[in-house]
Design a protein around this ligand. Structure first.
Ligand code: 0X9
Ligand code: ZN
Length: 317
């Protein structure tokens, strides 16, 4: 992934940059690819890989980064460049962080490689690790003395932290962490976004699965006054996405159509950072393969999701 990000940067070397915004718990770089480094244009922020097992998120993030890099390259030379594409790359700086939780991602990958080479009882015990969700931090001792690793990074944000739909039990899949921004990965992301929040026009976090565009709020089933406008933009995205190969998305607030979730990235972006167009995408599928989506789906999901994002950004006032 790091190599690929570097290749994308080199497609527009004068207009792109990779910033290391921090380190993960285990010391991996948190890398942010910026395509467009104007310093003053509005920013489209797209992240992915918050939850380790949701592999289609990082893949779709990088697919879209490639589309933007290619468009930028073609529009700045004399390649094919229609008016809408030109608008997208000339109006905005595009920021991509494909792996918010690299430790968790690596942990979910490692066990796939292990289990394909040997099938002893130890690796069978680890087979669940393909479905690892959280970070890999180690500070979490349950009252009964057991240490369970990791917090749910999408419950760790300073936005109604620790309330409905998050857990205080370190062994829970939705453990909120010892305090908000306890996870190095989330501290780094929030520190970075805070410095540019006034420029971020749209904030998208890629998750899977369910095929839903989630709008604020996650922590309550009330909806914000801006909801109708966010929905209008999401409908544009869902229609353009569906036109590619028929994939249907639902649109709704997390607490209403999924479940309550407090301390999420999109509530933090929306409520704490005042980024109005804040979305969480639950990418395909709807449960057949679930988190273990086959690799053949990477390109079609990337293609249709990009069509959706394009339409949403074009629909911005
Ligand atoms: O539970 C989550 O963190 C997200 N679903 S997932 O299956 N990818 O884990 C949904 C969070 C939705 N809430 C908000 N975005 N507010
Ligand atoms: Zn997720």
């Amino acid at each position: 992934m790091f190599n690929f990000l570097e290749q994308l940067r080199l497609m527009n070397p004068a207009d792109s940059e990779i910033e290391i915004t921090g380190k993960s718990f285990e010391g991996r770089d948190l890398r942010l690819l910026k395509i467009g480094i104007s310093g003053d244009k509005p920013i489209i922020w797209i992240d992915g890989g918050t939850h380790a097992r949701e592999w289609i998120g990082p893949a779709t993030n990088m697919y879209m980064a490639y589309q933007v890099a290619l468009a930028k390259q073609q529009c700045s030379k004399d390649g094919p460049c229609d008016a809408e594409t030109r608008h997208l790359v000339e109006t905005y700086d595009w920021y991509f962080q494909p792996s918010v939780n690299p430790d968790g991602y690596e942990f979910s990958q490692k066990n796939v490689r292990k289990s394909s080479s040997s099938h002893n009882s130890l690796t069978m015990n680890c087979s669940q690790d393909r479905l690892w969700r959280k970070t890999r931090s180690e500070s979490n001792i349950a009252p009964w003395g057991v240490m369970c690793r990791g917090a749910d990074p999408n419950r760790n944000y300073k936005a109604n932290w620790g309330k409905d739909g998050s857990s205080g039990n370190p062994c829970s899949q939705t453990y909120a962490g010892t305090h908000y921004h306890s996870e190095a990965e989330i501290l780094a992301l929030t520190n970075k976004v805070s410095t540019i929040a006034d420029r971020i026009r749209m904030f998208i976090s890629l998750h899977s699965y369910s095929q839903i565009f989630l709008l604020p709020y996650g922590y309550t089933d009330e909806i914000p006054p801006e909801y109708d406008e966010l929905e209008r933009v999401a409908i544009q995205g869902a229609e353009a996405l569906k036109a590619r190969r028929g994939t249907e998305y639902r649109i709704g607030s997390s607490a209403r159509i999924l479940y309550a979730a407090s301390g999420t990235a999109s509530d933090w972006a929306f409520e704490t950072s005042k980024i109005k167009y804040s979305y969480t995408f639950e990418l395909p599928d709807t449960g057949d393969k679930g988190f273990v989506l086959p690799a053949e789906e990477i390109r079609p999901v990337g293609d249709e999701t990009w069509a959706g994002v394009r339409a949403m950004v074009l629909a911005l006032p």
